[in-house]
Write a protein that binds this ligand. Structure first.
Ligand code: ATP
Length: 214
């Protein structure tokens, strides 16, 4: 049987339990063989984080140590320039072959900004999209993105039946945690414990991260 692979890209600045539960639940809901987490080297649509991509990747490595169905994929660190998702999907497709379903997972908030992504309409030539409903965010109801969604939307469980070309929308119980909130807590001298894996919090303390970030 052809494997189906989920892909969750992000700055992971830092990785937290919201990301991890979402990746795990998406993988289990669609019976994916694995979900890869891909740290972004140089985000095209936001300021480059103060914490380096190497450190953000190290935190991911620590977070994923006990979960074999979630896998680190650090390919974006090996490309210079902005980390375009389109290039990442092309590189995965070249490596994994034409038949494997590739499912790029993104929160509703990220989907709403999709028109700013480099070559966004082309993404479906290389993989599927799985949009996860996130508290406080609604899917677009008008405009090019809304039209594109209604043209390509299928039931999420249909995504694993083909390699690319469709969009699924999946409601999951999501934890209301954001990396922004974690950075603010640390900067204010508060503890983010229980919002992220203990090993990641330890790494942040050992390396004195986020104390000086805005
Ligand atoms: P920031 O607060 O710095 O913007 P973030 O917590 O939203 O960060 P990102 O690394 O930007 O995290 O997000 C990576 C992906 O994870 C995006 O698709 C985003 O929608 C999703 N995501 C972020 N937080 C959660 C959460 N609590 N539950 C589910 N998905 C999330």
């Amino acid at each position: 049987m052809t494997q189906a692979i989920g892909l969750l890209g992000g700055t992971f600045d830092p990785i937290h339990l919201g990301h991890l539960r979402m990746a795990l639940e998406a993988g289990e809901t669609l019976a994916l063989d694995e979900v890869r987490l891909l740290p972004c080297h140089q985000p095209p649509h936001r300021a480059t984080p103060d914490v380096s991509s190497v450190e953000r990747t190290e935190m991911l490595r620590l977070a994923l140590a006990d979960c074999p169905s979630l896998v680190l994929d650090d390919r974006e660190l090996h490309r210079d320039g902005p980390s375009y998702t389109l290039d990442t999907l092309k590189s995965l497709r070249a490596e994994l072959g034409p038949a494997v379903p590739l499912i790029w997972i993104l929160g509703c908030d990220a989907f709403l900004g999709l028109e700013q992504w480099h070559g966004w309409r082309e993404l479906l030539d290389w993989g599927h999209l799985l949009v996860i409903a996130r508290p406080g965010w609604e899917l677009p109801s008008r405009g090019p993105l809304a039209e594109w969604l209604s043209e390509h939307q299928v039931a999420p469980e249909a995504l694993t039946a083909s390699p690319a070309g469709a969009i699924g929308v999946q409601a999951l119980r999501l934890l209301p945690i954001s990396a922004t909130e974690i950075r603010s807590l640390i900067q204010a001298g508060h503890s983010p414990q229980f919002l992220l894996p203990d090993a990641v919090w330890q790494y942040i303390r050992d390396n004195n991260l986020y104390r000086a970030c805005a």
